[in-house]
Write a new protein. Structure first.
Length: 290
């Protein structure tokens, strides 16, 4: 099923993200994670592309495992260090495996990347055009509630996002954020600029204090005082931090839903127990709003 059709129903949706292993031998462990997560009936599950140096083939394999579990898969696809031939081969592979949904991303720029050299892609908008030319895919994109780190300011960032959406995106998923007011402001600016595709709010439960530095770098997000106090109080106690992180994320989601945000994407970090705890914390709320 295409994600744009799932989102059309105007019902509450909660989806999960998983990432592939670094080694093929550990693929069975990732499939075991998926087998647990599909039990909680997410609206869809996304799988990251080539994370931590893995091969794209892992992504297709995991997408297949998600589909076999009865859940719609969303395959990430990055382009910054790929050739047109490579991208086309991945698209052909996804099509052959009946994967209909793609999250089109530029990807992290390698440290030794030569912007002046000849490349087929640099921006996600270029990748979107290639995907559209290769088949009837449902295409999503990423956005930053607190501004893309390479944008000069919020005005420029929203303008670039509008251009990307106009290339043919069907929906957007945000990078993680920890302050819902930042998301509400972002949503309002998108509406003003007539960015009218569904915006899925991306939430990451911080269950380990060591996660936070990298998470902030990736998403360009700020930490509210409330969350900083949680880190100060529980950061040295892994069990307490995990519990506090799950509760904080659950409270974030409840507040989002109360303010009319129906679509939530959880960056689960391949932790089925975290997904389970959040879904249990939302069970009656999801049922009430569905």
């Amino acid at each position: 099923m295409k994600i744009k059709d799932i989102l059309k129903n105007n019902k509450v949706t909660v989806s999960f993200e998983v990432f592939p292993p670094k080694e093929w031998a550990k693929l069975v462990d990732t499939k075991a994670v998926i087998a647990e997560m599909v039990k909680y009936k997410p609206a869809f599950m996304s799988v990251t592309y080539g994370a931590s140096g893995t091969a794209s083939g892992y992504t297709s394999e995991i997408a297949n495992a998600i589909a076999q579990g009865g859940v719609t898969p969303l395959s990430h696809l990055t382009c910054v260090n790929s050739t047109k031939e490579k991208v086309d081969s991945v698209l052909d592979e996804l099509k052959a495996n009946r994967v209909e949904n793609i999250l089109a991303l530029r990807g992290d720029v390698p440290q030794d990347y030569d912007r002046g050299a000849s490349h087929d892609f640099y921006h996600a908008s270029e990748l979107i055009g290639e995907i559209k030319s290769r088949g009837d895919f449902c295409i999503g994109g990423a956005c930053y509630p607190e501004c893309h780190p390479e944008s000069k300011n919020r005005v420029e960032d929203i303008a670039r996002l509008k251009d990307k959406v106009d290339c043919g995106l069907d929906f957007l998923t945000t990078q993680m954020f920890f302050d819902n007011e930042k998301f509400f402001d972002f949503r309002e600016m998108c509406a003003i600029k007539e960015i009218n595709v569904p915006i899925i709010a991306g939430i990451m439960p911080i269950t380990n204090a060591k996660q936070i530095k990298r998470s902030v770098e990736l998403s360009n997000c700020t930490l509210p005082k409330k969350f900083e106090r949680i880190m100060e109080r529980f950061g040295e106690n892994p069990d307490a931090m995990k519990q506090a992180g799950v509760i904080y994320a659950t409270e974030q989601i409840i507040d989002l839903m109360a303010n009319g945000v129906n679509n939530i994407h959880i960056y689960t970090m391949n932790k089925p127990d975290v997904a389970e705890q959040i879904m249990k914390g939302l069970s009656a709320i999801i049922n009430e709003q569905s």
